[in-house]
Design a protein around this ligand. Structure first.
Ligand code: FES
Length: 121
């Protein structure tokens, strides 16, 4: 079997509804990751691109969060209707979906304007 060329990590983390950070998979169904798997399989890509469930990717305020490696393209607010576009444009045609990409300045920083003040959790 060939090596995977890409991994699509889909956050499926859950938090209680009252948590100010929110979460990417409040229903706990993992449905977004399953849609990526289904889309990849339908396009004959399941042996070269893997869609994995991920724990919190620390971009909760932008969730549901998805990141594609090895190119480290981050997507936020991904909805089920975006899955086909991401696979078609990014995975097949090597053109990330700009409208869903998270700004570099919002990644891995405590000062992102979307991030609520941190509490001790
Ligand atoms: S809960 Fe999904 S990035 Fe944190």
């Amino acid at each position: 079997m060939p090596k995977f060329e890409r991994h699509i990590f889909v956050c499926t983390n859950q938090r209680p509804a009252e948590n100010p950070r929110g979460c990417c998979d409040a229903e706990g169904l993992g449905s977004l990751q399953l849609l990526f798997k289904k889309e990849l399989a339908a396009r004959g890509l399941k042996n070269v691109v893997r869609a994995n469930r991920a724990g919190c990717l620390d971009q909760c305020e932008h969730g549901p969060t998805v990141v594609v490696y090895p190119e480290a393209v981050w997507y936020g607010n991904v909805k089920s209707e975006d899955v086909s576009e991401i696979v078609e444009s990014h995975i097949i045609n090597n053109t990330p979906v700009a409208r869903l990409q998270l700004a570099d300045e919002c990644l891995n920083t405590a000062v992102c304007p979307h991030r609520p003040p941190r509490t001790t959790e």
